[in-house]
Design a protein around this ligand. Structure first.
Ligand code: SF4
Length: 398
């Protein structure tokens, strides 16, 4: 019998872990969710669209929150196109395709956060196509006073919790919600460790691996995801991976429709370390820890209103997004910023001029391009990102 040396064992384990996360990413039939449900007939899964829902509320009512992020580059659109006009983003077409082809059958309900008109219309189509399922357009507050936006948001959260509780037979009590906040706090802590490691030593955390382990959180029960993140961080710390001559870039604009995995690989091969981004942003929209004492509904509302990342889908008059972007770029020591937005994404593209003005003023180099979740040709983006990286390496600017 051959006993593997510790380093070989660690490398093998890292490979297994990434392979598992990749299988979850490719699981567009949501077989993992069906398998989770098969273990107990009272289990219910609630699919949610980008960008963010307070998953604690679903968890407290005994449900599994499952992120539906579109069909990526693996879904052939057969019927999805006939539901939408040409000049909108790709995500709703592939989501409709998943629905009408039965690939979302494992879901017992759907939440559509209020991020843009496209998602609003999509929720209406789900209501028409699946009248037997729970479909809720989840209004997020655009006012950040506790007595106004906070009260409204608390009402929205309770409505969802009650609806999910009716399906599972589990009452989402305050104590249960506090416990859910606690387990999600552990998840936030694990994500924060991963983000910090990437800023400190980006060569340890390749962009595709980072993306896959983060995205696994949209499929796995939160406790399993936290364990996966913690193990990943430990394994890469021990991996002995070496630094490369890459520049450090931040990515903004990819907050909803997700870029294909191959695009992330392309950016890295073009000489960019991604040290900050807004991919799968719902996993960490609320940053820091949510209060585990006191009224848990207020705690979640406060966290969203006062401790969440800026996204194009939220209008917050207290802050200027450009200033926040510049501050973050300095914090993560970014050499430059990639403004990459999904084609026809109004919220992301409307934010861009503001962000560009702030970056210009701060003297931070940037470049911009568009993608869609099924983009298949990367040569042009590779040349653009490569030139951007080379110019920064040579002259410190573009
Ligand atoms: S990609 Fe942009 S336009 Fe499309 S659904 Fe998302 S936020 Fe809306």
């Amino acid at each position: 019998m051959t006993i593997a040396a510790p380093a070989e064992t660690a490398t093998g384990r890292l490979g297994e872990l990434i392979a598992r996360a990749e299988r979850l990413y490719e699981d567009l039939d949501f077989k993992a969710v069906a398998e989770w449900k098969s273990k107990d007939k009272t289990r219910r899964a609630i699919g949610f669209l980008p960008v963010y829902v307070p998953r604690e509320v679903i968890h407290a009512a005994g449900g599994l929150p499952v992120g539906i992020m579109g069909g990526g580059d693996q879904t052939e659109i057969v019927r999805g196109d006939s539901y939408f006009q040409s000049y909108i983003c790709h995500l709703p077409r592939s989501v409709i395709e998943l629905l009408v082809s039965g690939r979302l059958d494992a879901m017992d309900g759907f939440l559509f956060p209020s991020i843009c008109d496209v998602i609003r219309n999509l929720s209406g189509m789900f209501k028409l196509l699946k009248p037997d399922k729970y479909v809720h357009y989840f209004d997020l507050p655009q006012n950040f006073q506790r007595g106004l936006g906070g009260r409204f948001y608390g009402h929205e959260m309770r409505e969802v919790a009650t609806a999910v509780g009716r399906m599972t037979g589990i009452e989402p009590t305050d104590d249960r919600l506090r416990e859910s906040i606690r387990v999600y706090n552990l998840n936030r802590k694990a994500i924060a460790e991963l983000l910090k490691l990437r800023v400190d030593k980006p060569w340890l955390v390749p962009a595709t691996e980072y993306y896959l382990v983060l995205r696994a959180g949209y499929m796995l029960p939160v406790e399993e995801h936290t364990a996966l993140l913690n193990e990943y961080v430990q394994l890469v710390k021990d991996s002995g991976r070496r630094p490369m001559d890459n520049i450090r870039v931040m990515v903004r604009g990819a907050f909803c429709e997700q870029p294909p995995l191959a695009l992330l690989r392309t950016l890295e091969r073009a000489g960019c370390y991604l040290v900050d981004d807004d991919f799968v942003v719902g996993t960490r929209l609320v940053h820091g820890q949510v209060a585990e004492q006191g009224d848990p509904w207020d705690a979640l509302a406060d966290a969203f209103m006062h401790h969440s990342l800026p996204t194009p889908s939220v209008y917050d008059e207290r802050h200027t997004k450009g200033e926040l972007l510049v501050r973050k770029a300095r914090e993560v020591r970014a050499d430059g910023v990639l403004l990459m937005a999904p084609s026809f994404c109004d919220p992301a593209l409307l934010d861009q001029p503001m962000l560009q003005t702030a970056l210009e003023k701060a003297g931070i180099p940037f470049t911009s391009f568009k993608y869609s979740e099924d983009t298949g040709q990367f040569q042009v983006i590779r040349e653009q990102a490569g030139t951007f990286a080379d110019a920064i390496k040579l002259w410190g600017t573009v």
